[in-house]
Design a protein around this ligand. Structure first.
Ligand SMILES: Nc1ncnc2c1ncn2[C@@H]1O[C@H](COP(=O)(O)OP(=O)(O)OP(=O)(O)O)[C@@H](O)[C@H]1O
Length: 223
């Protein structure tokens, strides 16, 4: 589904990631961890085609990304749901409209009932008509997850989705991601919260990728 073969990435100041070779299989659950600045967001951006490798071969849904045109990359990205580190919303639109935006902009408007079901699933049924500035951090993160999955992606990539949340809210968000995985979605979460990883591993066969010294490698069972 996502396959790195000897991939490197370099923003121009020397290699940030080197010799990355790994595969994310369909239905798998991965965490990505590593120190601040080690390249977690960069790795995720490679996974969704925002950045292209500066060396090596990266395959997304069986397509080598280098050589794809913008439309082809956009189609691949349409099969992925991305929860960004800073979940931004359009402040002049109610939450339901914000969540529905990926559907609206592609002209495939989500049926109102589907939208209501999705908002209910993330626990935001009561704030569908609220404006974004009135939401708490936890509500915003759950709305960002809802927005990421409204187009039924096969893969969900989340960049520090619990970064600003308290533990209870982090667990709630984790639970939603575990449920998505049980529905068959491939999940990759960048986080430096080891407690979150340990908690998840009690419930799913999550594997942990760790970035260290520019390499991305499977961490041992010590986590
Ligand atoms: N567009 C860019 N141009 C140049 N350097 C960049 C760019 N984006 C990120 N970097 C640098 O690449 C390194 C890795 O950044 P990245 O955001 O991938 O790390 P991270 O592990 O996600 O960090 P954090 O945990 O703090 O979010 C950092 O040193 C950062 O300054």
């Amino acid at each position: 589904m996502i396959a790195f073969e000897n991939v490197a990435y370099n923003y121009g100041g020397g290699e940030l990631l080197s010799e990355v070779s790994l595969k994310l299989a369909p239905g798998s659950f991965h965490f990505l961890t590593g120190p601040s600045g080690s390249g977690k967001s960069t790795f995720l951006k490679l996974c969704y085609g925002e950045l292209l490798p500066t060396a090596g071969r990266l395959t997304l849904f069986d397509r080598e990304v280098r050589g794809l045109n913008r439309d082809e990359i956009a189609r691949i990205r349409g099969r992925m749901g991305i929860v960004h580190q800073d979940c931004q919303f359009l402040d002049h639109l109610p939450m339901a409209a914000n969540v529905a935006l990926p559907a609206t902009v592609t002209g495939r408007e989500a049926p109102m009932q589907d939208l209501a079901d999705l908002m209910g699933w993330v626990g935001l049924a009561d704030v569908m008509q609220a404006m974004p500035p009135h939401l708490s951090g936890g509500e915003r993160q759950r709305a960002a997850l809802a927005r990421a999955i409204i187009m039924s992606p096969e893969v969900v990539l989340a960049d520090e989705p619990t970064g600003n949340l308290d533990w209870d809210m982090s667990l709630r968000l984790l639970q939603l991601l575990i449920e998505l995985n049980r529905m068959g979605k491939t999940i990759l979460i960048a986080t430096h919260d080891l407690n979150l990883i340990r908690t998840a591993k009690q419930q799913v066969a999550a594997r942990v990728l760790r970035i260290a010294k520019r390499r991305v490698q499977l961490a041992g069972a010590d986590l």
